[in-house]
Write a protein that binds this ligand. Structure first.
Ligand code: BGN
Length: 431
């Protein structure tokens, strides 16, 4: 047995080999320590960068509820606080005054206190005057702002319209209630383009944007189909930080998103974003494609769309007969969006403004497309030329095959008419 004093003496008297090992260990240890420290610092820097990125890029989502990104997978519910756009109170804009006391009205709460969530839609068929009577708080032209506080959002709702009075009344009857509970400073604009041509939804929206912007300093715009009624008042018609697709779940589409890049029905955009993408295209006459064109514009300007979760962004679609024919040119137009969006849109918008009528429930704008719109005719000409060229090529191909005596094309055809024609032709040749 070694006594403790011996051990101490032994430790003090180390052999030379022991000493070098100890020296090495001492050398290695600080190295490891340094490495660990470095890793630690790197992790900290990475974490700091992530935090910074999160606050600069996603701060809106932190304040907003249940936003889903373009992929549509993030179903996480966040709180209902709203993003406050610039230009309200904070940036030197004077707050409106209380009419009775003359004191400035405070900003409305971030979470509107009167929201109820799922709403009961009233589908009854009323006359316009009946609905008008239920909204005494509206200013003429479908304008409203809260009286007890300063709204955080100045929003214009633009509805493209043609021949759907029943739908318009139903939408007005249900939508105003929701917008008022959301404490918005808003105006509703119904835009009709009285042209002989097919309905042009996108062009009507561009006109609505231009006319509404002339009237008031709206910060953002909701482009709204007349046949979609919101089912939940937490689906905020407020200013979005980035473009927001609002009609995520529609009953007629089994409450499912038909495809991830869809940006039609009801969408919200800030004035700045809308101007940056040059608005909608003016060239989509008839049904379909103009919303996909807008999605391409957003992509070109690196704007990601957001969505509320489908439990909130729900709509009922009012039934109707299909009244505009499908736009067969939409594929051609969509193929060329990336080349044309800079010159086709707000900066090429020409229209004749016929009248603006202030109704109790909305402002009605009647306009007409300018028949001398050069892009409209040039594109039609291009489309006709393209299809003529294709027909010519097909025709030449068939002629070439026939002259080679190649029957395969004829045999491929299953039509009995074709076969009988061929038989007759062969008979004639034999004679
Ligand atoms: C899509 C239409 C959209 C429409 C949705 C509605 C086109 C372009 C085809 C390339 N897009 O098919 O405009 O909003 O259906 O579900 O037709």
């Amino acid at each position: 047995m070694m006594s403790s004093s011996n051990v101490m003496i032994d430790a003090g008297k180390k052999s030379s080999s022991q000493r070098t090992r100890l020296h090495k260990d001492m050398f290695i240890f600080p190295c490891r320590l340094r490495l660990i420290l470095r890793i630690f610092v790197i992790i900290q820097i990475a974490f700091a960068i992530m935090c910074l990125y999160k606050t600069t890029t996603f701060s809106f989502y932190e304040n907003d509820k249940s936003i889903i990104n373009t992929s549509g997978h993030n179903e996480k519910v966040r709180n209902v606080r709203q993003f406050t756009p610039t230009g309200i109170g904070t940036t030197g804009t004077p707050l409106p005054l209380d009419r009775t006391t003359g004191t400035p009205l405070p900003l409305c709460p971030e979470v509107p206190p009167g929201l109820i969530g799922k709403v009961k839609i009233d589908f009854a068929n009323y006359e316009m005057v009946q609905v008008e009577k239920t909204y005494p708080s509206l200013q003429n032209g479908g304008r409203y702002k809260p009286t007890k506080c300063t709204s955080r959002h100045r929003v214009a709702i633009i509805i493209p319209y043609r021949n759907r009075k029943g739908h318009l009344i139903q939408l007005m009857n249900n939508l105003h209630k929701i917008l008022q509970r959301q404490q918005l400073d808003y105006g509703i604009y119904v835009v009709e383009v009285a042209a002989l041509s097919e309905f042009n939804r996108a062009l009507s929206l561009n006109i609505g944007f231009t006319e509404a912007s002339r009237e008031y300093d709206y910060q953002c715009f909701i482009f709204h189909d007349v046949d979609l009624i919101p089912e939940n008042d937490q689906n905020m018609y407020s200013c979005p930080k980035g473009p927001r697709h609002m009609s995520v779940a529609v009953d007629k589409l089994k409450y499912k998103l038909p495809y991830s890049t869809i940006f039609g029905g009801v969408v919200a955009m800030t004035k700045e974003d809308f101007q940056n993408v040059n608005g909608f295209s003016n060239k989509f006459f008839g049904w379909g494609g103009e919303d996909d064109d807008m999605f391409k514009r957003l992509n070109n300007t690196h704007l990601n769309i957001t969505r509320y979760k489908s439990k909130i962004a729900r709509y009922r679609m009012l039934s109707h007969k299909k009244d505009s024919s499908v736009n067969n040119e939409r594929f051609y137009l969509l193929r060329h969006t990336n080349d044309t969006w800079r010159t086709d849109g707000l900066n090429s918008l020409t229209y004749r403004h016929f009248k603006t009528e202030r109704h109790r429930l909305f402002t009605y704008i009647l306009a007409d497309i300018d028949p001398s719109h050069p892009a409209y005719y040039t594109d039609r000409l291009k489309i006709v030329q393209e299809s003529l060229q294709k027909m010519r090529e097909d025709f030449n191909k068939t002629r070439a095959m026939e002259s080679k005596g190649d029957n395969s094309t004829r045999l491929n055809s299953t039509s009995s008419e074709h076969l009988t024609k061929d038989k007759k032709h062969n008979k004639k040749q034999r004679i």
